[in-house]
Write a protein that binds this ligand. Sequence first.
Ligand SMILES: [Zn+2]
Length: 143
Amino acid sequence: MPGRPESAHDEAEALLPWYATGQLDTADRALVERHLESCAECQRQLHAERVLIDEFQTLSPEIDTSWARLRSRIGSTQRREPQWRQAVGEFWQLLNRPAVAALAAAQLAFVVLAATVALSLSRPSADHSPASACSARAPARPT
Ligand SMILES: [Zn+2]
């Protein structure tokens, strides 16, 4: 039923992930933009989605591959079918899970920390070789 604000909101909301990544065609983009002008809720959600997408593209470049795979899955099905919504829902649930973002950030921090520690440990051990050279010399004393 066209014209009903509820359905316009639902439709725009479902398209927001694609809008945020710039993957909508002109007609859908216009639809979302028109709705965004009058819907604060969708504006907020779009902002949140952009932040998440930004973080994920920084942390894991392979997210682009996921988008492509998801898109091709959607392309083979009719839009607005339950399957379509389910695919979006699954993917979006993953992105919206704070634990995933936190884990990715923690992993990155750990790698950086480990690399720093490894570097600082490997350098002095090379410099301290005189100690072992000294102990090797010591046993050579006359009987
Ligand atoms: Zn809305």
